[in-house]
Design a protein around this ligand. Sequence first.
Ligand code: FES
Length: 113
Amino acid sequence: MSWKKVCEVADVPRGEMKNFSIGAFEVMVIHGDNGHLVVPPSCPHMENALADGFFDGCVLTCNKHLWQWSIPDAQPIGVAEQALLHYPSEIRDAAIWAEVETELQYCHEDECE
Ligand code: FES
């Protein structure tokens, strides 16, 4: 296991999401009403930045084609066709830590043939 400190809990206020660099790649921390989630920063549908989307504390919406996920369980809602990938994470000493041994990536339609 390779646990890394992502950020301080206070860096991402409730109802917000923010990208952080972890070594050679980025992750996005989502602070929902019911917990945190650490995910790859792009949408599972296409290469769109999830940080450009909308988040109300419970539902994350990609701004490109409006796929949605419930947070923090990462499950798809409505037209979304797959769940968000996410890193195991926990809070230790007011910081968010994640197990980021390998970068989680989506296989987008044009890359999977
Ligand atoms: S790129 Fe996010 S829903 Fe299509």
